[in-house]
Design a protein around this ligand. Structure first.
Ligand SMILES: [Zn+2]
Length: 234
């Protein structure tokens, strides 16, 4: 297993993860090739308004190619509806301007045990098929003397979920952000999710779920992991 901190810090070469296989050979498998969402350098040169207009046009073309009649009253509004949903909602986490602003507070309660925010429901989308990933995130940290509002933990999860994702990256992006804002390595993230690209198509397995985890700092001991699981399963 790769060292999780090395992955977070980007020390692992993404080509190494291909293991000698080509993308074609890997086919339907879900690949994880690094912690940063692969974005173009000019990703945010266009305004949201321009992006929505362009996506609506392109999506109308996809519908047209599939043979759908865009003059039909039921379909007419779909391209712009999809464009707005992409930019304003389900992929809004691509834009750093939408990142939650997090204020740190002094830990005036002197609470120095782990804090667990569990069962954070999120909806994301698989970047290989653009269909939903539905899951729960459990996040935990041990205060380094600073604390953040509980709802911010939720917002950080939602921000990174609102991107085309792979679950491993989602896990690590949430962990890295928590380590940065909380100024501590002592962070854990567990994600338990269902991928609709696995359940509704392809292998059509409706019962499997995928679990990923990140344990940083003090969470790297079996004792802390057990304590965390006790809280989650409580
Ligand atoms: Zn997929």
């Amino acid at each position: 297993m790769q060292d999780q901190e090395a992955v977070l810090n980007g020390y692992v070469d993404s080509q190494e993860l291909l293991n000698g296989f080509t993308h074609e050979e890997i086919g339907d498998e879900h690949l994880y090739t690094g912690i940063d969402t692969p974005l173009k350098a000019n990703a945010f040169e266009q305004s949201d308004k321009e992006k929505k207009e362009q996506i609506a046009q392109l999506f109308a073309q996809i519908m047209d190619v599939m043979g759908l009649d865009l003059k039909n009253d039921s379909l007419r509004g779909t391209p712009m509806r999809v464009a707005k949903m992409y930019i304003d909602e389900i992929y809004s986490g691509l834009n750093p301007a939408n990142k939650p602003k997090v204020a740190l507070f002094e830990n005036s309660y002197q609470y120095n045990q782990m804090l667990v925010e569990k069962n954070i429901t999120f909806y994301s989308n698989c970047e290989h098929h653009f269909v939903p990933i539905i899951g729960k995130a459990h996040v935990a940290y041990i205060s380094s003397g600073k604390v953040i509002g509980l709802s911010k933990l939720n917002r950080i999860v939602q921000y990174f979920a609102k991107r085309p994702q792979v679950q491993e990256r989602l896990t690590n992006q949430i962990a890295r952000e928590l380590q940065t804002v909380l100024e501590t390595k002592d962070v854990a993230v567990i994600i338990d999710a269902k991928h609709l690209c696995v359940s509704s198509r392809g292998i059509k397995d409706d019962t499997s779920a995928t679990v990923t985890s990140f344990y940083g700092g003090q969470f790297q001991t079996a004792e802390k992991v057990q304590e965390l699981y006790n809280h989650i399963n409580n």
